[in-house]
Design a protein around this ligand. Structure first.
Ligand SMILES: [Zn+2]
Length: 331
């Protein structure tokens, strides 16, 4: 990250350079050839596209263009942080702008030092499921925690990872997959937070993978030994293992045929009974957000929940369900 020094703290040598720069800019400006430009929208779009859509890391763009990586990151974010304040990026040196336009997806990606990220992501997710939190992982791998977070969640276009990071993550996984986080000094609170996070995002623990599957992009984690089948779904239910992606889809298919809550019917049943969101949440013992989500159709409740909602509203469960033809049509 670039650092900012107050003017009063500059050394005489730095101060001289600052004054020289200011003078040069004034001269250029008076000549009608400003070295900076404010039309950065197009180049910003170009760089963001490479970053978010093509998954090209900032370091690769910096290597290819010769532009400082902080400058590129600031342009992608649209701001930089100066003494804790966000300062919008409104202009660039023309020379920088020209260099940024030279970045191409191919030029930036053919360095042979990157690998597809899913194997690394699965290993870090598995460690998280054991209770090793992202902060701890980031410190071991010597990467920035927010970067690691994006890698673990697969956000911000993280399709590739540096080979060095991939190897470090594999070594970390091999070393700690059979270790209790308490033995390396993690506190109960940190362990619990990591496990909660893993449960929220269905991170598969190490025993769901083996050496052959963890790097295979098409492999699915084996939580039950029969995931992706009706038997796998039954084992999840029987042993109270959190549902995995493959089995959740099986359930959704089953539910699609049986019972899907109709958000409009829920809204009218609530209006009809005079029971508001807050009251319904209290009587079901769930959060208001959950009911908002059901009513807006963002989330489909389980069929057991639909029965309880119907009971609380004094209607038949069938009165809250979508019409058969409708639910089949959408699947
Ligand atoms: Zn499963």
């Amino acid at each position: 990250m670039s650092t900012y020094t107050r003017r009063a703290e500059l050394t005489p040598e730095q101060l001289r350079r600052v004054r020289q720069d200011a003078k040069r800019r004034r001269v250029l400006l008076s000549l009608g050839a400003p070295s900076r430009t404010n039309s950065i929208d197009e180049v910003q779009r170009h760089v963001r596209q490479l970053y978010f859509d093509r998954g090209i890391p900032v370091s690769a763009m910096a290597r290819q263009s010769g532009v400082n990586r902080d400058t590129i990151m600031h342009l992608i974010r649209g701001f930089r942080v100066v003494q804790g304040e966000r300062v919008p990026v409104t202009g660039l040196l023309r020379s920088t702008l020209d260099k940024l336009w030279t970045i191409t997806p191919d030029g930036a990606s053919v360095d042979g030092r990157r690998r597809p990220s899913h194997g690394t992501r699965r290993r870090l997710q598995a460690l998280c499921a054991l209770g090793f939190d992202c902060t701890w992982q980031a410190a071991r791998l010597n990467v920035c925690p927010s970067n690691l977070n994006a890698l673990v969640l697969g956000t911000r276009g993280r399709q590739f990872v540096l080979a060095a990071t991939a190897e470090a993550a594999a070594a970390l996984y091999d070393k700690y997959q059979h270790v209790d986080p308490r033995d390396v000094g993690r506190g109960e609170r940190q362990i619990k937070a990591a496990k909660t996070r893993a449960a929220q995002h269905s991170f598969a623990p190490p025993w769901c993978w083996d050496e052959d599957t963890i790097d295979d992009p098409n492999a699915i984690p084996e939580w039950t030994g029969a995931c992706g089948t009706a038997r796998g779904y039954a084992i999840h239910m029987r042993d109270r293992i959190p549902l995995c992606q493959a089995c959740r889809e099986i359930r959704r298919k089953k539910d699609g045929e049986a019972s899907v809550l109709d958000p409009d019917k829920l809204a009218s049943a609530m209006a009809g009974s005079g029971i508001g969101i807050a009251d319904l949440a209290v009587s079901l013992g769930c959060s208001k957000q959950a009911i908002y989500a059901w009513r807006s159709g963002d989330y489909v409740p389980r069929s057991q929940s639909i029965d309880r909602v119907a009971r609380a509203l004094g209607v038949r469960p069938a009165d809250l369900l979508r019409d058969r033809a409708q639910s089949r049509g959408e699947l």
